[in-house]
Design a protein around this ligand. Structure first.
Ligand code: 5GP
Ligand code: MG
Length: 185
């Protein structure tokens, strides 16, 4: 474990079970960046981060990529402080540009029921981007309620509530450099 990770872990001592290390994340992000480099070389590319959960993922991913891209942000909410899906999806902040001249890649932190992303996809498709793909850091296929598959998924995880690397529980733990299980009790 990196020294920073030890410090962070001491700061959050209820978090014990690390399921994906910072090194594993880094390695997968490198592979994904190479894939996106190949796919979008020479094309106008807009990476869309779904806030807040994917801010670290997108920041690391775009810096590993070697091709130029632009960055957009959207904020949607589906979880309200707790650890289960509320079923409601609200667009809290929208993109500030016309996407019709861009190949759009949505970067999501995690796909659980699929509700959030299916709403975002519907909305962005209605704005006629040149193409639209989804890259998700984590995929929890066991919980899917809507038939939806990411074009690129870095890690598939079991039905656990996880925190770290951008993902929160009640706004805490986003700063952890790894993905950890949030203890149930
Ligand atoms: P969905 O709409 O697919 O059920 O939920 C997607 C959103 O719920 C994610 O973008 C994320 O914000 C939140 N979410 C789903 N599963 C988890 C989890 O295990 N941990 C955390 N922190 N958030 C989750
Ligand atoms: Mg999210």
């Amino acid at each position: 474990m990196r020294p920073e990770a030890v410090i962070k872990n001491n700061k959050n001592d209820s978090i014990k079970n690390i399921i994906i290390s910072a090194a594993e994340i880094k390695e997968k992000i490198r592979e994904t960046a190479r894939l996106l480099d190949e796919r979008y070389r020479g094309k106008p590319l807009l990476l869309v981060s779904i806030l807040k959960g994917s801010f670290i993922f997108l920041a690391d991913l775009c810096r590993e990529m070697t091709i130029p891209c632009e960055i957009g942000f959207m904020r949607v909410s589906s979880y309200y402080d707790g650890t289960s899906s509320s079923g409601n999806v609200n667009i809290l902040m929208d993109l500030d540009c016309d996407i019709s001249n861009y190949h759009v890649v949505i970067a999501e932190d995690i796909i659980d029921t699929g509700r959030t992303l299916s709403e975002v996809i519907k909305l962005l498709k209605s704005r006629s981007p040149l193409s639209l793909e989804v890259v998700t850091l984590l995929d929890k296929p066991e919980k899917r309620l809507i038939d939806l598959k990411a074009d690129i998924s870095l890690f598939t995880i079991p039905d656990l509530f996880v925190v770290g690397y951008g993902l929160d529980c009640g706004e805490k733990y986003r700063d952890l450099p790894y993905i950890a299980e949030y203890p149930d009790e």
